[in-house]
Design a protein around this ligand. Structure first.
Ligand code: PHE
Length: 340
């Protein structure tokens, strides 16, 4: 290669080596290999040369171009490598940091409580049933001896849905789990014992009421079930659930359209923060003969009792929780206390 060509090559490689970024390198490349670059200009000279000169100079030019190209490739690799290196340094992982760990989750306190209640009633021979949360008027009210326009309906104000299929049915979010009594008893022949846990809805919202809450319904139908059976069974349940044989339980006369006689079940702890106060935990009573007829059963042949309890209430009393809204806020500081 002649002297001046060699100088040009060295100059090009020198500039490539100095380039710090790919765009600087592009600039340098254009200065030699671009359309108006120095090497391209030299190629332009070939036209005016004799074929002898052309051959010799062409060879030299091509080998110069090859050297420049390989210098360019080296420079490009160097720049890319440095850039990756920089990026990796910026993102570096500090392997000396302590690990984040995998915390064990917790079962929601209402779920824990529901499972516990299901277990106790299963041991007492009850099966578990469920029903829809969107009910119609018949199952939620009418079949339960709560006729249209009866003032007792206002005890349970709820959310009504539009009659979308226009069949005259009033759909609503069920106000209690009692409709499951009707559904279950209409397709199962007594004797049976059943509980039914699930979501219920009412227009109510404060520290002790939520528009959505949970109830657990119970129904025992047979030929000779009495109020005594209801008392014995429910008191036993409360003692097992609260793991406390010293609680006092009373059945206070009350009114429900679907039971007669009806009672409100109250309990009183003899020790602890809540002791000395009667606390309401359930509604109960003997299933009203009209309701038994609505089950399509003969009230002279079958009788039984029913009860309905608030799951939130029972859970609050068990764990000493003062505000029902804590169950639905999903604050981990609350939920993590129920890890077991
Ligand atoms: N369904 C009643 C309520 O929600 C509770 C209840 C159930 C009362 C069964 C008596 C018998 O208030």
């Amino acid at each position: 290669m002649n002297q001046s060509l060699q100088t040009l090559v060295n100059e090009a490689i020198g500039r490539f080596r100095q380039a710090k970024t790919l765009s600087e390198l592009d600039g340098a490349k254009a200065a030699y290999l671009g359309k108006k670059g120095k090497i391209s200009e030299l190629f332009g000279l070939l036209k005016s040369m004799s074929s002898e000169e052309k051959k010799e100079f062409g060879l030299e030019l091509n080998s110069a171009k090859g050297v420049i190209n390989s210098g360019l490739k080296d420079a490009k690799e160097r720049i890319e490598f440095t850039q990756i290196q920089k990026k990796l340094n910026a993102q570096s992982i500090d392997v000396t940091l302590p690990g984040r760990g995998h915390d064990k989750g917790a079962i929601h306190p209402l779920t824990q409580s529901r499972r516990e209640i299901e277990k106790i009633f299963s041991l007492m021979g009850f099966e578990i049933a469920s029903g829809p949360e969107i009910e119609n008027d018949w199952f939620n009210f009418t079949a339960l001896n709560n006729p249209k326009d009866h003032p007792a309906r206002s005890m349970q104000d709820t959310f009504y849905l539009e009659d979308l299929d226009n069949n005259g049915d009033n759909y609503l979010l069920r106000t209690h789990t009692s409709p499951v009594q009707v559904r279950f008893a209409s397709c199962n022949k007594p004797p049976f014992r059943v509980i039914s846990p699930g979501k219920t809805y009412r227009v109510d919202s404060d520290a002790t009421h939520s528009p959505m809450f949970h109830q657990i319904e119970g129904l025992w139908l047979d030929r000779n079930v009495t109020f005594r059976d209801l008392k014995g069974l429910y008191i036993d349940f409360l003692k097992v659930y609260f793991d406390n044989t010293e609680i006092n339980v009373r059945f206070r006369p009350s009114y429900f359209p679907f039971t007669e006689p009806s009672a409100e079940v109250d309990l009183m702890f003899s020790k602890g923060q809540l002791s000395g106060k009667w606390l309401e935990v359930a509604g109960a009573g003997m299933v009203h003969p009209k309701v038994i007829s609505n089950f399509k059963l003969d009230p002279n042949e079958f009788r039984g009792f029913a009860f309905g309890m608030g799951l939130e209430r029972l859970t609050m009393l068990k764990y000493g929780i003062g505000d029902l809204r804590l169950f639905f806020e999903n604050d981990l500081r609350f939920l993590e206390q129920f890890k077991c």
